[in-house]
Ligand binder design. Sequence first.
Ligand code: FPP
Length: 255
Amino acid sequence: MSDLSLAAQAAAAENRPPAVPRHVAVVMDGNGRWARQRFMPRFFGHKQGVDALVRAVNAFADRGVQYLTVFAFSSENWKRPSEEVSGLMSLVLVAVSKYLTKLAGDGVRIRIVGDRSAVSDKLRRAWEHAEELTAGNSRITLAVAFNYGGRWDVVQACRQAIADGVPAEAVDENWLASHMALSFAPDPDLFIRTGGEMRISNFLLWQAAYSELFFTECLWPDFGEAEIDAALEAYAQRDRRFGTIRPNQVVPEGT
Ligand code: FPP
């Protein structure tokens, strides 16, 4: 067996430095607190959060990350006060019209993941336009998880199996993975949560099975290049084994 770790083997096969994660997932937490610290309404924090996201996409792309998936609106966020929910919905429309041309020109491919059935026609059309306009881009893929939940994702894949009449024995991990919202991307290598909380909050429950977790106190609007470098450096130090043992590790007989 090769002395290279599985992660290093995958990286070598793709001619990519193993220290750089191919796919980074981010829970962009802390917008509200960032605004409150400045005696501003929460919406102001979300607005700054969009700007931080546009900066982060380019910074991650410059460092060789190929997929960035961000949690923009969870299945549970509908329970927030109605003015915050409607503020977030209109913010997305404003963000698309403000930044789409720039992101498209920067080589960013945009994909939306989540349950689109509950969002307005206007927002659905804006998403479709963003996806179509950027479909030919390949510098980095930005997957925006909107009205997304990890449990919803598993359930919707199972429902597809039932609706398609797939026999139970054909529904295995590969089948499910290829019918989940992020089927176009490899599993995230690095899962970042800003804002100090240390939980996954129903984001990418299936796909993050072997992700390296990185939690930072930094509030999302402040998450800039220095914080990105710190997260990538921490990732580069991790020893990823995907449930295997270290190469050359001696396992005592009988274990
Ligand atoms: C969590 O902060 C953040 C959100 C629920 C929304 C994140 C959304 C954006 C950054 C905008 C995304 C827009 C586009 C176009 C993709 P919080 O409100 O929970 O902050 P708190 O924990 O400090 O209260």
